[in-house]
Design a protein around this ligand. Structure first.
Ligand SMILES: C[S@@+](CC[C@H](N)C(=O)[O-])C[C@H]1O[C@@H](n2cnc3c(N)ncnc32)[C@H](O)[C@@H]1O
Length: 219
């Protein structure tokens, strides 16, 4: 099952928000897996070139929090469609003038804003939008030469194609080749694509994991 609209997704995360642990608030299976996705983003992105950054589906703001100490980025926006998560996040950065947290759907509520960097960790598979609209929406936030980094779910994982496991229907799964083609059609040059094992913190061949990442640049 995937949600029909971003509003439905927001309401769904309102429920998990009551969990105590941050990774459970955003429905990650483990804290390590969540943190390792952030570490991957930190490693792959060229932060020294980044003055403005939007983290789409920022959840509890833990990714922003980790990067803040290591980057010179002065203009950081986090956006999340879940009211409670966005509020939680806003309180976290109340004293930091570099960070602004918005409540809303990234596709409709950041009109005319452009960033050097757009990140989105684990959002595309359940964002209430079809993949064309979601990718176009993400890319529309990039200024010329801007960087995009995201992680999402791989329907071509070997364990699925071999029949060992079946993809759960709690969210969407994507063929990475189709995502690549769609990004190219939006003018994005993909610099790196790979599989990632979040719990093991390991980059692997793309179809050796249920999760993949993409790093690209708007030409
Ligand atoms: C799996 S959580 C990941 C949160 C965060 N990126 C992290 O890795 O901890 C997905 C997040 O995306 C948010 N989200 C989903 N669809 C969205 C949309 N259309 N606009 C903004 N936020 C969205 C959800 O509310 C949720 O907080």
């Amino acid at each position: 099952m995937s949600h029909n609209s971003p509003k439905d997704v927001g309401l769904d995360y309102q429920e998990s928000f009551s969990e105590k642990d941050e990774h459970k608030k955003v429905k990650w299976g483990s804290r390590e897996g969540m943190l390792n996705r952030f570490k991957l983003g930190i490693e792959k992105v060229n932060w020294s070139d980044t003055n403005s950054w939007v983290d789409v589906g920022c959840g509890t703001g833990s990714f922003i929090d980790l990067v803040l100490n290591a980057s010179h980025c002065q203009n950081i926006v986090g956006i999340d469609v879940c009211v409670d998560l966005a509020e939680f996040c806003r309180e976290k950065f109340l004293d930091d003038k570099r960070v602004e947290i918005l409540t809303g759907n990234f596709e409709t509520d950041l009109i005319d804003q452009k960033f050097d960097l757009v990140t989105s960790i684990g959002v595309l598979q359940n964002c209430g939008l079809n993949i064309d609209t979601a990718l176009t929406g993400l890319v529309s936030l990039l200024g010329q030469g801007g960087t995009i980094f995201f992680t999402t779910k791989n329907q071509n994982w070997n364990k699925f194609t071999s029949g060992e496991l079946t993809p759960e229907d709690a969210h969407l799964w994507f063929d990475p080749n189709i995502i690549l083609e769609k990004l190219r059609n939006c003018g994005v040059e993909v610099e790196e694509i790979g599989g990632f094992l979040p719990r093991e913190n390991r980059v692997v061949e793309i179809n050796d994991s249920h999760t993949f990442y993409i790093l690209g640049k708007l030409k």
